[in-house]
Each structure stands twice: as structure tokens, then as C-alpha cells.
Design a protein around this ligand. Structure first.
Ligand SMILES: [Zn+2]
Ligand SMILES: [Zn+2]
Ligand SMILES: [Zn+2]
Length: 324
């Protein structure tokens, strides 16, 4: 059995222009919604905050998208956080395990792979540029040097260690915590769910392209549109365009297989009430034979396109060749 086409309840999803815009950005830029640490030390989803606005509750927006299967969780990232304030921007300090001084110098033993000389890394520093103190050759690439040992030297008691104690200082009150106390928090990224990818791409990327094309032809365009029919009830359409009293109703139907007649019938139910001059149903990847048979009888023009790339051209050609 084939997986049923996953339908999104458009009225809910598309009623919020910010939601549309955020999903459109994720699709157009082909990026996941990723967390990062803000100036306040908290984990944020910067793109979501920019698009949804400073007042928006990003957490519940994400929960809503997950509940509707529009977003899915992707690889988690770990953040080191203060166990008390859950700030993810501690200052990290190196502490001497003997005298607890926090004045250490990092030293490393470096080998020049060309001549085999091994020495303290400070000896390679020739006034800002790197040069081998033995053979005198300048160091141009990182792979010309091999680090063969690293240690920390306390500037107070001069003891050396390769594994010093790390101390974290929380920016909230400058209190300290250690590796043993820190909170390691997994934070997810979110990507658009594959099951709705095609449909969303067409709605959020293709519909605007169709709207632009119609505007260029001089139409007044609404997309997505809520159009009142003669019965008084409102119908949602992907695109509704008007010019000199002529009207076009346009809907995009996407499926994993040729679009079934039910899509034609559902669209017809709207156009029968709205009575546009032209009713166009775009089907991706194709319309089934039965759907095509209904086309003429229902007064719906069916445009087929395999992946959506040719839709704008095909609809434009249809309009130019037609009576509208
Ligand atoms: Zn803290
Ligand atoms: Zn010390
Ligand atoms: Zn050398």
C-alpha cells in the first residue's frame, strides 16, 4: 500500500504569515532551524526570533510544528551550562591543581616535520611570523609543524601539568562551577519533515512565484486567499487574481502519485461557489487519467508538472492562449 498523502490543515498553518515566512526561509535557504547562544547566555533559535518577532513563544511554535509533523527533530547539540542559571556562556579558566592559582601559561613542544627539530613553540615565533629556529625555513602551513606535547605551567608555583583543572565562571553573579557540576544540555535542531516537503515547497515557494507572474500580467493578486462564495461561505485558495472584472482561482495539488479526481472535485466545490472566470488546478507530479477526464466537465483547467519547475511558464501560456 502506498503511504497516504500527508495533508496539512492549511487554514491553521497558513493563517499566520510569520509561520509561512519562517517555513519559507527554511525551505528557500535549505537550512534547519538551529540553536545558538545569545547575548543573554540563553539558547535561542535566532532565525525563529527574527521572523516570528520578539514577543513570539518560539518553544510553543516549535511544539506546534512538531505536533503537526511539519518539522522533525534533527541532531542534537550539547551545550555546557551553569547548573543553576542554565546560561550557556561561562568563562572557562585554567586552575593550578597545586596552588589553585589561575595564572598559567600554555606551552607546547613542536616538531618541524621538514628538519625534525623539536622545541618549545615560543622558539618558532620570529617577531610575528613563524620560522624554524633550527633550519631557518619559514612555516607556511599548519601541517609543517607537529605538536608532540602540551602542558600548562603555573606562573605562581611553576608546577607543570598536561591536565589542569577547568573552572567555569557563570556570568550570572560570577559564581563558579566545575566539570563535575556543569549541566550538559542537549538542544535539538529542526528540519522540515520530508513528508510535507513537496507540498510546502509548492505552497510557500511556488505560490509566491505564481502570484508575481500574475501581478506582472496586471492582476491584483491575493495569495493565500480567502474568497467569499455566492453562498456566503469563505473558501481558501492558493492564489486568487482579479483584473478588469475577470477572476482566476488557482490551486496547487501535490502528491507522491498522480493526483486523484478528489482534488478536482474538491477544487470544483470551491469554484462552483466562487464562480471565477478561470479555474486552474496545478497537479504535481501529474493528474491521474480519471482526474483528467473530469477536467472539462467541471470547467477546471488542469496543469500538470513533474516537479513544479515548469508551472509558472505553463500557467502563463495557458492564460495567454486562453480567453482570460
Ligand atoms: Zn549561574
Ligand atoms: Zn600553582
Ligand atoms: Zn626546521
Amino acid at each position: 500500500m502506498q503511504t497516504p498523502n500527508h495533508r496539512i490543515e492549511p487554514a491553521r498553518l497558513y493563517s499566520d504569515p510569520n509561520t509561512r515566512e519562517l517555513l519559507r526561509r527554511l525551505l528557500a535557504e535549505n537550512i534547519p532551524l538551529e540553536p545558538s547562544v545569545g547575548a543573554d547566555g540563553r539558547v535561542h533559535y535566532p532565525l525563529a526570533e527574527v521572523v516570528l518577532g520578539p514577543e513570539a513563544d518560539v518553544k510553543s511554535w516549535i511544539a506546534e510544528m512538531l505536533a503537526q509533523d511539519i518539522l522533525r527533530k534533527q541532531t542534537a547539540r550539547e551545550f555546557v551550562m551553569c547548573p543553576v542559571h542554565l546560561r550557556a556562556d561561562p568563562i572557562i579558566m585554567v586552575e593550578c591543581v597545586k596552588c589553585r592559582s589561575r595564572l598559567s601559561v600554555k606551552r607546547s613542544l613542536v616538531e618541524h616535520t621538514y628538519c625534525g627539530y623539536i622545541g618549545d613553540d615560543s622558539r618558532f615565533d620570529k617577531g610575528g611570523s613563524l620560522q624554524c629556529p633550527n633550519c631557518g625555513r619559514p612555516i607556511r602551513a599548519a601541517n609543517e609543524l607537529k605538536v608532540s606535547g602540551v602542558w600548562y605551567e603555573c606562573q605562581n608555583c611553576l608546577s607543570k601539568t598536561s591536565s589542569p583543572k577547568l573552572v567555569f565562571v557563570c556570568k550570572d553573579g560570577n559564581h563558579e562551577f566545575t566539570v563535575a557540576d556543569l549541566a550538559l544540555v542537549n538542544v535539538d535542531s529542526y528540519a522540515v519533515n520530508e513528508r510535507v516537503l513537496a507540498e510546502l515547497k509548492n505552497t510557500l515557494l511556488l505560490d509566491p512565484q505564481l502570484a508575481v507572474m500574475l501581478e506582472e500580467l496586471g492582476y491584483q493578486v491575493e495569495s493565500p486567499a480567502q474568497v467569499q462564495g455566492q453562498s456566503g461561505s469563505k473558501h481558501s485558495l492558493d492564489v486568487y487574481a482579479k483584473k478588469d472584472g475577470l477572476t482566476i482561482a488557482l490551486q496547487v495539488a501535490v502528491d507522491t502519485k498522480p493526483v486523484e479526481p478528489s482534488a478536482v472535485i474538491a477544487f470544483f466545490a470551491k469554484t462552483f461557489d466562487i464562480k471565477p472566470n478561470r479555474a486552474i488546478l496545478v497537479t504535481i507530479p501529474a493528474a491521474s487519467e480519471e482526474a483528467k477526464r473530469l477536467e472539462a466537465g467541471y470547467g477546471v483547467a488542469v496543469v500538470e508538472d513533474f516537479d513544479g519547475a515548469g508551472v509558472v511558464r505553463k500557467v502563463r501560456d495557458l492564460l495567454k492562449g486562453g480567453t482570460v
